[in-house]
Design a protein around this ligand. Structure first.
Ligand code: NAD
Length: 485
C-alpha cells in the first residue's frame, strides 16, 4: 500500500489522520494519504513566508524563468512516473493523459517562463502636476503567500496552470490538491527540489475542503491570495474565508455550457467537436458541453448521429489504447451523476443513448465508477438536468428555430464559462459569438487553448481571468516608485 505524504518546506511529513485513495477504474484502494491538520497547514504557510524573506524574495525574473524551465525539464524526465500517477488517481485513458494532461502541464511552466521574461516595467516621466522633476517606475511585485486549491479533473494541468505563474511572479505557494488526486502534486515537490527551487516556495498539504486542509488554508491569516479551480459553491465558501483578510481571489468555477449547431454548419465537424466536448474526460471538463441546441432542419439527423457516436464509445481499461472513455472520478461522484440520470427518466426524457451503468464491464473493472455515455431529448429548459452542472458524460439536445431564440436560451443560465457555435456563415459567427454571455466562445471548434489568452467565466463560473499576462496580473501587485530628480 502506497503512502502519500504532505510536502512541507521541502520535506515529506504525515498529518493528523490518513484517508484512503481508490483507483476509480477498479474501485480498489491503493494508497493512504496523510491529511494535514492545523499544525501542518501552519508550518506550510510559515515555510512559504520564510522563503519570501530569503533568497527567493530577492530572485530576479530571469532566475525564476530559468527555474520554471528546469521544472518543465524535470517533469519531462519523469514523464512516465507522472503519467502512471495521473492515470492511477483518475482512471482516465493513458492515451489522454499522455497527450493532454502531462504535456500541457509541462507547457504551463515553459509558457510562464517566457511570459515573465518578456514582462517589462512601466516608466513615466514628466507627468507631475508641475510638469517636471520626477520619474515613476511601476514595479510588479509578488503578492506573497498564495493558496492554490486544485480540482481532480485535470489534476496536474490545472495545478501547474496556477503554480507556474505564481512562481514566475516570485510568490511562494501552498497547494491543496483535490483529495481525489493527491499524487502528481506530491511528485511535483520532488521535481521542484531537484530543479533547485528553495524549500518552502512550494508546499503541498493534503486533505478535504470544508472542515479540513482546504478550509484551514483559506482561513489562515498569513495567506495573501487564494486561487481556486472548483465548484461554484466552493467559490462561495472560499470567498467568505477570503473576506476575513480582504484577500485577493481568482476563481475558475463550474459551467453548464451550451453548444449551438446551426443548419449551415459543417455537419461532420460539428458532430466530431460535439462528441469531444460532451464525452472527453468522461464529461468531467469545466468547459464541456451539457446543453446542445440544434437548428430544426438538421435536428433529427444530428440527434441520431450523436446517439450513434455515444453508443460506439469504447469504455475500458485506461491502459487499453482503444479505450475512448474512462470512469468517473469516484463512487460518490457516480452517485451524483446517476441521480441526474434518474431525474431525467422521471421527468420523461427520451433516452437516445445510455442512461445508466454499463452492464458489460470486465470483472477487474466491475467495481469502478463507470457510467454510460448518455444523451437525452425532450426535457424542458427549467429541468435541473438542463440547468445544473452534472459533470458527467451526458448532454441534453433540443431543437431551435432562430438565432434570437437560441441565444436567449443559451444565455438563460446562472453560469457563463464557455460556449461553442457551429456555422459556416461568417457574419452569424461574429454576431452570435458577441451576444453569448460566456468567458470563452469557440467557433467551429471546441477546447482549443492558447496559453496567452484569458481563461475564466462570468457569473457563477468564476471571478477574474488567468492565462498569459492576465495570470501575471493576478499573481502580482503593482508598486509605483516615484523618484525625484
Ligand atoms: P471542488 O470545488 O469540490 O474542489 C476543488 C478544491 O477545493 C479541492 O482541492 C477541494 O478539496 C477544495 N475545497 C472544496 N471545498 C472547500 C472549502 N469549503 N474550503 C476550501 N477548500 C475547499 O471541485 P472538484 O469537484 O474538485 O472539481 C470539479 C469542479 O471544478 C466542477 O464544478 C468543474 O466545473 C470545476 N472546474 C472548473 C474549471 C474552470 O476552469 N472553470 C476547471 C476545472 C474544473
Amino acid at each position: 500500500m502506497k503512502q502519500i505524504l504532505n510536502q512541507i518546506g521541502g520535506a515529506p511529513c504525515a498529518g493528523i489522520a490518513w484517508f484512503d485513495k481508490r483507483n476509480p477504474a477498479t474501485g480498489r484502494m491503493f494508497a493512504r494519504v496523510a491529511e494535514a491538520g492545523p499544525a501542518e497547514v501552519d508550518r506550510a504557510v510559515a515555510a512559504a513566508r520564510a522563503s519570501l524573506a530569503g533568497s527567493w524574495g530577492r530572485s530576479s525574473t530571469g532566475e525564476r524563468a530559468d527555474l520554471l524551465i528546469a521544472i518543465a525539464d524535470g517533469i519531462e524526465r519523469r514523464f512516465a512516473e507522472f503519467l502512471d500517477a495521473e492515470v492511477e488517481d483518475t482512471g482516465k485513458p493513458r492515451s489522454q493523459a499522455s497527450q493532454v494532461d502531462i504535456p500541457r502541464s509541462i507547457a504551463n511552466f515553459r509558457n510562464f517562463a517566457e511570459a515573465i521574461r518578456q514582462h517589462s516595467t512601466e516608466y513615466f516621466e514628466g507627468g507631475t502636476p508641475d510638469g517636471r522633476g520626477a520619474i515613476h517606475l511601476t514595479q510588479r511585485r509578488p503578492i506573497g503567500v498564495v493558496a492554490v486549491l486544485a480540482p481532480w479533473n485535470l489534476p496536474l494541468l490545472l495545478l501547474s496552470w496556477k503554480v507556474a505563474p505564481a512562481l514566475a511572479c516570485g510568490n511562494a505557494v501552498v497547494c491543496k490538491p483535490s483529495e481525489e488526486t493527491p499524487q502528481t502534486a506530491t511528485l511535483l515537490a520532488g521535481v521542484m527540489r531537484d530543479a533547485g527551487v528553495p524549500d518552502g516556495v512550494y508546499s503541498v498539504v493534503h486533505g478535504y475542503g470544508a472542515g479540513s486542509a482546504g478550509e484551514l488554508l483559506c482561513r489562515h491569516p498569513d495567506v495573501d491570495a487564494i486561487t481556486l479551480t472548483g465548484e461554484s459553491r466552493t467559490g462561495t465558501a472560499v470567498m467568505k474565508a477570503a473576506a476575513e483578510g480582504t484577500r485577493a481571489v481568482s476563481f475558475e468555477l463550474g459551467g453548464k455550457n451550451p453548444s449551438l449547431v446551426f443548419a449551415d454548419c459543417d455537419f461532420d465537424a460539428a458532430l466530431e467537436g460535439t462528441v469531444r466536448s460532451v464525452f472527453q474526460n468522461s464529461g468531467q471538463i469545466c468547459v464541456g458541453t451539457e446543453r446542445v441546441y440544434v437548428e430544426r432542419p438538421i435536428y433529427a439527423r444530428f440527434v441520431a448521429a450523436l446517439g450513434k457516436a455515444a453508443q460506439s464509445l469504447k469504455l475500458g481499461s485506461p491502459d487499453d489504447p482503444r479505450t475512448a472513455m474512462g470512469p468517473l472520478i469516484s463512487e460518490k461522484h457516480r452517485r451524483k451523476v446517476l441521480a441526474y440520470y434518474a431525474r431525467a427518466r422521471a421527468e420523461g426524457a427520451t433516452v437516445i443513448a445510455g442512461g445508466g451503468i454499463p452492464a458489460d464491464m470486465p470483472t477487474d473493472l466491475a467495481e469502478g465508477a463507470w457510467v454510460q455515455p448518455t444523451i437525452w431529448t425532450g426535457l424542458t429548459e427549467d429541468s435541473p438536468v438542463v440547468r445544473e452542472e452534472i459533470f458527467g458524460p451526458c448532454c441534453h439536445i433540443a431543437p431551435f428555430d432562430n438565432e434570437d431564440e437560441v441565444i436567449a436560451r443559451a444565455n438563460d443560465t446562472e453560469f457563463g464559462l464557455a460556449a461553442a457555435l457551429w456555422t459556416t456563415n461568417l457574419s452569424r459567427a461574429h454576431r452570435v459569438a458577441t451576444r453569448l454571455d460566456a468567458g470563452i466562445v469557440w467557433v467551429n471548434t471546441w477546447g482549443h487553448r492558447d496559453l496567452r489568452t484569458p481563461f475564466g467565466g462570468t457569473r457563477r463560473s468564476g471571478i477574474g481571468r488567468e492565462g498569459g499576462r492576465h495570470s501575471l496580473e493576478f499573481y502580482s501587485e503593482l508598486k509605483d516608485v516615484c523618484i525625484k530628480l
